[in-house]
Design a protein around this ligand. Structure first.
Ligand SMILES: CC(C)(COP(=O)(O)OP(=O)(O)OC[C@H]1O[C@@H](n2cnc3c(N)ncnc32)[C@H](O)[C@@H]1OP(=O)(O)O)[C@@H](O)C(=O)NCCC(=O)NCCS
Length: 252
């Protein structure tokens, strides 16, 4: 006898398998050929495509929590979480209600993707990555282990963010009413690359195909196609032409 609990209104596609101790809520739709591990919780209304793998202990469609003292999380009605076909979702991942995950995306173990976030096709969300609310992540991006992407950030396509990069959105650090006017996440334009353990200050724009060297502190927008380095980061030199996006022969 199965130890899993499926609501009567769950729709399961052909050849989809699930392990023990799973709970699938009302009106959950799961496509065909999916492989779902043990103790996976899929909340009400979540929509999952075909051939999706979801590993043990993962939670899909978690409702946001609003702290009594939260400045940014509002009461809101959110659409269900959606995961398109051919994705791999690791173990102990948390995908909130109101997030949408494109096709062939990999979300590695322990990552969290908040509400009002979209992740484009073919993107990799690495181990332990946090994507806060109201972020847009493009196609073919790579967010390596433990990247912290703050709320209201935009990553265009083909962006690479190395491990432990931290981004920020509030220069007022939670003080004064003035802060609400200036609250702004970071933008990384198409093909921008961020080196390991960099810090990007609120509202900064990383130019297309620009590279931030490891350990940099980005206090100004960075120009297209240039490497910036140091603390504060200064323009160092051009990105080598063999590394430019246009010279990789990749599809758009
Ligand atoms: C920017 C980078 C690619 C440049 O590499 P490079 O051209 O081989 O640079 P070099 O190692 O020859 O160093 C040249 C000079 O720049 C300095 N330098 C190199 N990287 C630096 C950095 N991140 N910040 C500050 N100075 C740096 C070096 O100390 C050296 O100075 P010197 O001439 O006074 O000795 C590299 O240093 C870097 O930061 N890589 C990030 C790697 C990363 O995050 N990868 C992600 C996947 S894990």
């Amino acid at each position: 006898m199965s130890t899993s609990i499926l609501s009567d209104s769950v729709s399961l596609g052909e050849n989809t398998r699930y392990g023990e101790f799973c709970v699938f809520g009302e009106n959950v739709t799961i496509g065909s050929g999916c492989v779902i591990g043990h103790a996976v919780k899929i909340h009400t209304g979540s929509v999952i495509g075909d051939n999706v793998r979801i590993d043990d202990n993962t939670v899909i469609g978690k409702l946001p929590m609003k702290a009594a003292n939260s400045a940014t999380t509002k009461e809101q009605t959110l659409p269900p979480a959606t995961i398109k076909s051919n994705c791999i979702i690791g173990t102990t991942v948390i995908l909130y209600r109101g997030c949408s995950i494109g096709e062939k995306v990999l979300v590695a173990d322990l990552a969290t993707v908040r509400e009002n976030v979209s992740v484009g096709d073919f993107t990799i969300v690495g181990r332990g990555v946090t994507i806060e609310n109201f972020c847009k992540v493009g196609r073919y991006c790579k967010l390596e282990s433990n990247v912290y992407l703050c709320a209201y950030s935009t990553l265009e396509d083909r962006v690479f963010v190395a491990p432990c990069t931290a981004t920020s959105n509030d220069n007022y650090m939670g003080r004064s009413e003035e802060r609400f006017k200036h609250f702004k996440g970071v933008t990384i334009k198409k093909g921008g690359r961020i080196g390991v353990n960099s810090t990007i200050l609120p509202g900064k724009v990383i130019g297309a195909d620009s590279m931030v060297a490891g350990g940099a502190l980005v206090t100004k927008d960075t120009p297209e196609g240039k490497i910036v380095a140091g603390s504060p980061a200064k323009v160092w030199r051009e990105v080598d032409s063999d590394q430019l996006l246009k010279n990789q022969g990749w599809p758009e």
